[in-house]
Write a protein that binds this ligand. Sequence first.
Ligand code: SF4
Length: 290
Amino acid sequence: MKITVAASAGFCFGVKRAIRIALETAAREDRIEMLGDIVHNEDVVKRIEAAGIRKVKRLTAGKGKVLIIRAHGAAEKVFEKAQALGYRIVDATCPMVKEIHRIVRKREQQGYRCIIIGDPEHEEVHGIQGQIKRRALIIDRVEAIPAHMPLSFSRAAVVVQSTQNSDTVKCIIEELKKRIPELVIHNTICHATRKRQQEIKTMPLKHDVILIIGSRTSANTKRLYEISRSLNSRSYWIQKPADIDPRWLRGAVSVGVTAGASTPEETITSVVAALKRVSDGAEDRECPLP
Ligand code: SF4
Protein backbone atom coordinates (compact mmCIF):
# COMPACT_ATOMS: atom_id res chain seq x y z
CA MET A 1 0.00 0.00 0.00
CA LYS A 2 1.42 3.36 -1.02
CA ILE A 3 1.07 6.06 1.63
CA THR A 4 1.31 9.72 0.58
CA VAL A 5 1.30 12.58 3.07
CA ALA A 6 0.13 15.96 1.76
CA ALA A 7 2.92 18.57 1.71
CA SER A 8 0.55 20.97 3.49
CA ALA A 9 -0.49 18.54 6.26
CA GLY A 10 -0.30 19.85 9.81
CA PHE A 11 0.97 23.08 11.30
CA CYS A 12 1.36 26.06 9.04
CA PHE A 13 4.38 28.32 9.29
CA GLY A 14 2.58 30.84 11.53
CA VAL A 15 1.39 28.26 14.06
CA LYS A 16 4.81 26.55 14.22
CA ARG A 17 6.40 29.90 14.83
CA ALA A 18 3.89 30.86 17.55
CA ILE A 19 4.39 27.55 19.40
CA ARG A 20 8.16 27.94 19.21
CA ILE A 21 7.95 31.50 20.57
CA ALA A 22 5.60 30.37 23.36
CA LEU A 23 7.85 27.47 24.44
CA GLU A 24 11.01 29.59 24.26
CA THR A 25 9.31 32.24 26.40
CA ALA A 26 8.20 29.56 28.89
CA ALA A 27 11.80 28.36 29.21
CA ARG A 28 12.97 31.73 30.52
CA GLU A 29 9.89 33.29 32.19
CA ASP A 30 7.71 32.18 35.10
CA ARG A 31 4.33 33.85 34.90
CA ILE A 32 2.99 33.64 31.38
CA GLU A 33 -0.58 34.07 30.21
CA MET A 34 -2.35 33.68 26.91
CA LEU A 35 -5.88 34.77 25.97
CA GLY A 36 -7.45 31.47 24.83
CA ASP A 37 -5.91 28.34 23.32
CA ILE A 38 -2.84 28.60 21.08
CA VAL A 39 -4.45 26.26 18.51
CA HIS A 40 -7.54 24.07 18.39
CA ASN A 41 -5.78 20.86 19.34
CA GLU A 42 -5.94 19.17 22.74
CA ASP A 43 -2.40 17.69 22.61
CA VAL A 44 -0.79 21.02 21.77
CA VAL A 45 -2.84 22.82 24.42
CA LYS A 46 -1.68 20.25 27.03
CA ARG A 47 1.95 20.75 25.96
CA ILE A 48 1.60 24.52 26.29
CA GLU A 49 0.00 24.17 29.74
CA ALA A 50 2.70 21.71 30.83
CA ALA A 51 5.29 24.35 29.89
CA GLY A 52 3.64 26.64 32.46
CA ILE A 53 1.60 28.93 30.18
CA ARG A 54 -1.78 29.74 31.68
CA LYS A 55 -4.84 30.20 29.48
CA VAL A 56 -6.94 33.14 30.70
CA LYS A 57 -10.28 34.56 29.60
CA ARG A 58 -9.44 38.17 30.47
CA LEU A 59 -6.51 40.25 31.56
CA THR A 60 -6.01 41.06 35.24
CA ALA A 61 -3.16 42.76 37.13
CA GLY A 62 -0.15 42.11 34.91
CA LYS A 63 2.86 43.29 36.92
CA GLY A 64 5.61 40.68 36.62
CA LYS A 65 3.64 38.71 34.02
CA VAL A 66 4.13 38.07 30.32
CA LEU A 67 1.26 38.01 27.84
CA ILE A 68 1.75 35.99 24.66
CA ILE A 69 -0.27 37.14 21.65
CA ARG A 70 -1.28 34.13 19.55
CA ALA A 71 -0.63 33.56 15.83
CA HIS A 72 -3.90 35.11 14.69
CA GLY A 73 -3.13 38.39 16.43
CA ALA A 74 -5.17 40.74 18.58
CA ALA A 75 -6.81 44.15 18.49
CA GLU A 76 -4.78 47.25 19.32
CA LYS A 77 -6.83 47.75 22.46
CA VAL A 78 -5.67 44.34 23.80
CA PHE A 79 -2.06 45.52 23.53
CA GLU A 80 -2.93 48.86 25.14
CA LYS A 81 -4.86 47.25 27.98
CA ALA A 82 -2.12 44.69 28.65
CA GLN A 83 0.53 47.41 28.78
CA ALA A 84 -1.62 49.57 31.06
CA LEU A 85 -2.05 46.59 33.42
CA GLY A 86 1.70 46.07 33.57
CA TYR A 87 2.13 42.98 31.34
CA ARG A 88 5.18 42.54 29.18
CA ILE A 89 4.03 41.46 25.73
CA VAL A 90 5.52 38.75 23.56
CA ASP A 91 3.88 39.10 20.17
CA ALA A 92 3.63 35.79 18.28
CA THR A 93 1.22 37.14 15.65
CA CYS A 94 1.91 35.50 12.28
CA PRO A 95 3.72 37.96 9.96
CA MET A 96 1.06 37.30 7.31
CA VAL A 97 -1.65 38.46 9.72
CA LYS A 98 0.48 41.49 10.64
CA GLU A 99 0.50 42.36 6.95
CA ILE A 100 -3.33 42.36 6.89
CA HIS A 101 -3.24 44.72 9.91
CA ARG A 102 -0.87 47.03 8.05
CA ILE A 103 -3.13 47.09 4.97
CA VAL A 104 -6.34 48.00 6.83
CA ARG A 105 -4.58 50.74 8.80
CA LYS A 106 -3.11 52.21 5.61
CA ARG A 107 -6.40 52.03 3.71
CA GLU A 108 -8.27 53.68 6.54
CA GLN A 109 -5.74 56.52 6.57
CA GLN A 110 -6.30 56.90 2.81
CA GLY A 111 -10.03 57.32 3.43
CA TYR A 112 -11.29 53.88 2.41
CA ARG A 113 -13.91 51.96 4.40
CA CYS A 114 -12.76 48.41 5.08
CA ILE A 115 -14.48 45.16 4.26
CA ILE A 116 -13.23 41.95 5.86
CA ILE A 117 -14.18 38.69 4.21
CA GLY A 118 -14.08 36.28 7.11
CA ASP A 119 -15.82 34.64 10.02
CA PRO A 120 -17.30 37.38 12.25
CA GLU A 121 -16.70 35.19 15.32
CA HIS A 122 -13.04 34.43 14.63
CA GLU A 123 -10.29 36.06 16.71
CA GLU A 124 -8.23 36.85 13.61
CA VAL A 125 -11.14 38.92 12.26
CA HIS A 126 -11.56 40.67 15.65
CA GLY A 127 -7.85 41.45 15.55
CA ILE A 128 -8.12 42.95 12.05
CA GLN A 129 -11.16 45.04 12.98
CA GLY A 130 -9.27 46.11 16.10
CA GLN A 131 -6.60 47.89 14.03
CA ILE A 132 -8.96 50.53 12.67
CA LYS A 133 -11.30 53.13 14.11
CA ARG A 134 -14.32 52.79 11.83
CA ARG A 135 -16.44 49.66 11.81
CA ALA A 136 -15.57 47.26 8.99
CA LEU A 137 -18.18 45.34 7.09
CA ILE A 138 -17.56 41.67 7.90
CA ILE A 139 -18.88 39.20 5.33
CA ASP A 140 -18.59 35.41 5.38
CA ARG A 141 -20.90 34.52 2.46
CA VAL A 142 -22.58 36.18 -0.52
CA GLU A 143 -25.95 36.32 1.29
CA ALA A 144 -24.35 38.39 4.06
CA ILE A 145 -23.67 41.31 1.68
CA PRO A 146 -26.13 44.09 2.57
CA ALA A 147 -28.84 44.60 -0.06
CA HIS A 148 -28.28 48.36 0.18
CA MET A 149 -24.61 49.12 0.59
CA PRO A 150 -24.12 52.15 2.90
CA LEU A 151 -23.06 55.23 0.92
CA SER A 152 -19.81 55.56 2.89
CA PHE A 153 -18.73 52.18 1.41
CA SER A 154 -18.76 53.51 -2.17
CA ARG A 155 -14.96 53.69 -1.76
CA ALA A 156 -13.85 50.54 0.00
CA ALA A 157 -10.90 48.20 0.49
CA VAL A 158 -11.28 44.45 0.92
CA VAL A 159 -9.02 42.18 2.96
CA VAL A 160 -9.54 38.47 3.57
CA GLN A 161 -9.09 36.38 6.73
CA SER A 162 -5.99 34.28 6.02
CA THR A 163 -7.76 30.90 6.18
CA GLN A 164 -10.85 31.64 4.08
CA ASN A 165 -12.03 29.40 1.27
CA SER A 166 -10.80 30.80 -2.08
CA ASP A 167 -13.95 29.85 -4.00
CA THR A 168 -16.28 31.58 -1.54
CA VAL A 169 -14.02 34.64 -1.52
CA LYS A 170 -14.14 34.84 -5.34
CA CYS A 171 -17.95 34.81 -5.34
CA ILE A 172 -18.15 37.49 -2.64
CA ILE A 173 -15.67 39.72 -4.50
CA GLU A 174 -17.65 39.38 -7.75
CA GLU A 175 -20.78 40.56 -5.94
CA LEU A 176 -18.99 43.43 -4.22
CA LYS A 177 -17.61 44.64 -7.57
CA LYS A 178 -21.17 45.04 -8.83
CA ARG A 179 -22.20 47.17 -5.86
CA ILE A 180 -19.15 49.29 -4.99
CA PRO A 181 -17.87 51.85 -7.53
CA GLU A 182 -14.34 52.16 -6.12
CA LEU A 183 -13.17 48.86 -4.74
CA VAL A 184 -9.56 47.90 -3.92
CA ILE A 185 -9.01 44.20 -3.35
CA HIS A 186 -6.29 42.65 -1.22
CA ASN A 187 -6.72 38.90 -1.35
CA THR A 188 -4.85 38.08 1.85
CA ILE A 189 -5.54 34.34 1.99
CA CYS A 190 -2.09 33.11 3.01
CA HIS A 191 0.16 30.82 1.01
CA ALA A 192 -0.22 27.93 3.49
CA THR A 193 -4.01 28.05 3.16
CA ARG A 194 -3.90 28.23 -0.66
CA LYS A 195 -1.61 25.22 -0.82
CA ARG A 196 -3.80 23.21 1.56
CA GLN A 197 -6.92 24.07 -0.47
CA GLN A 198 -5.29 23.11 -3.77
CA GLU A 199 -4.07 19.78 -2.43
CA ILE A 200 -7.40 18.75 -0.95
CA LYS A 201 -9.09 19.32 -4.33
CA THR A 202 -6.79 16.89 -6.12
CA MET A 203 -5.59 14.40 -3.51
CA PRO A 204 -8.93 12.60 -2.95
CA LEU A 205 -9.10 11.89 -6.70
CA LYS A 206 -5.65 10.32 -6.78
CA HIS A 207 -5.99 7.87 -3.87
CA ASP A 208 -8.30 5.00 -2.92
CA VAL A 209 -8.62 6.13 0.69
CA ILE A 210 -8.05 9.51 2.35
CA LEU A 211 -7.40 9.97 6.05
CA ILE A 212 -7.83 13.46 7.49
CA ILE A 213 -6.22 13.91 10.89
CA GLY A 214 -7.35 16.58 13.32
CA SER A 215 -9.30 17.47 16.41
CA ARG A 216 -13.11 17.45 16.32
CA THR A 217 -12.91 21.08 17.46
CA SER A 218 -10.82 22.17 14.45
CA ALA A 219 -12.90 24.06 11.89
CA ASN A 220 -10.29 23.77 9.14
CA THR A 221 -10.01 19.98 9.63
CA LYS A 222 -13.78 19.76 9.27
CA ARG A 223 -13.58 21.77 6.04
CA LEU A 224 -10.84 19.47 4.68
CA TYR A 225 -12.93 16.43 5.55
CA GLU A 226 -16.05 17.81 3.87
CA ILE A 227 -14.22 18.66 0.64
CA SER A 228 -12.47 15.29 0.61
CA ARG A 229 -15.68 13.41 1.29
CA SER A 230 -17.45 15.20 -1.57
CA LEU A 231 -14.73 13.93 -3.95
CA ASN A 232 -14.02 10.51 -2.47
CA SER A 233 -16.52 8.61 -0.32
CA ARG A 234 -13.68 6.65 1.28
CA SER A 235 -12.56 9.71 3.28
CA TYR A 236 -12.22 9.31 7.04
CA TRP A 237 -11.67 11.86 9.80
CA ILE A 238 -9.47 10.56 12.60
CA GLN A 239 -7.79 12.09 15.62
CA LYS A 240 -5.23 9.40 16.43
CA PRO A 241 -3.83 6.11 15.05
CA ALA A 242 -6.23 4.03 17.17
CA ASP A 243 -9.18 5.50 15.24
CA ILE A 244 -8.12 3.73 12.03
CA ASP A 245 -10.46 0.88 11.19
CA PRO A 246 -8.45 -1.66 9.11
CA ARG A 247 -11.64 -2.43 7.15
CA TRP A 248 -11.43 1.05 5.59
CA LEU A 249 -8.18 0.01 3.93
CA ARG A 250 -9.42 -3.23 2.40
CA GLY A 251 -8.21 -3.47 -1.19
CA ALA A 252 -6.66 0.01 -1.07
CA VAL A 253 -3.52 0.38 -3.16
CA SER A 254 -2.85 3.99 -2.25
CA VAL A 255 -3.77 6.03 0.79
CA GLY A 256 -3.53 9.81 1.04
CA VAL A 257 -3.00 11.41 4.43
CA THR A 258 -3.65 15.04 5.25
CA ALA A 259 -4.17 16.99 8.45
CA GLY A 260 -5.65 20.21 9.74
CA ALA A 261 -3.45 23.24 10.40
CA SER A 262 -3.46 22.55 14.15
CA THR A 263 -2.46 18.87 14.01
CA PRO A 264 1.04 18.20 15.42
CA GLU A 265 3.73 16.52 13.32
CA GLU A 266 4.02 13.65 15.85
CA THR A 267 0.36 12.70 15.35
CA ILE A 268 0.82 12.60 11.57
CA THR A 269 3.97 10.47 11.95
CA SER A 270 2.22 8.03 14.30
CA VAL A 271 -0.73 7.66 11.89
CA VAL A 272 1.66 6.91 9.00
CA ALA A 273 3.46 4.33 11.18
CA ALA A 274 0.11 2.70 12.04
CA LEU A 275 -0.84 2.60 8.34
CA LYS A 276 2.48 0.92 7.53
CA ARG A 277 1.81 -1.71 10.21
CA VAL A 278 -1.64 -2.42 8.73
CA SER A 279 -0.11 -2.56 5.25
CA ASP A 280 2.72 -4.89 6.35
CA GLY A 281 0.22 -7.09 8.20
CA ALA A 282 -1.92 -7.38 5.08
CA GLU A 283 1.14 -8.28 3.01
CA ASP A 284 2.13 -10.96 5.55
CA ARG A 285 -1.30 -12.56 5.37
CA GLU A 286 -1.31 -12.58 1.61
CA CYS A 287 2.27 -13.77 1.19
CA PRO A 288 2.15 -17.04 -0.74
CA LEU A 289 5.54 -18.24 0.54
CA PRO A 290 5.73 -20.64 3.51
S1 SF4 B 1 -2.90 30.12 8.42
FE1 SF4 B 1 -1.46 31.44 7.30
S2 SF4 B 1 -1.73 33.47 8.19
FE2 SF4 B 1 -2.67 32.02 9.59
S3 SF4 B 1 -1.07 31.55 11.06
FE3 SF4 B 1 -0.92 30.02 9.43
S4 SF4 B 1 0.58 30.84 7.97
FE4 SF4 B 1 -0.09 32.51 9.30
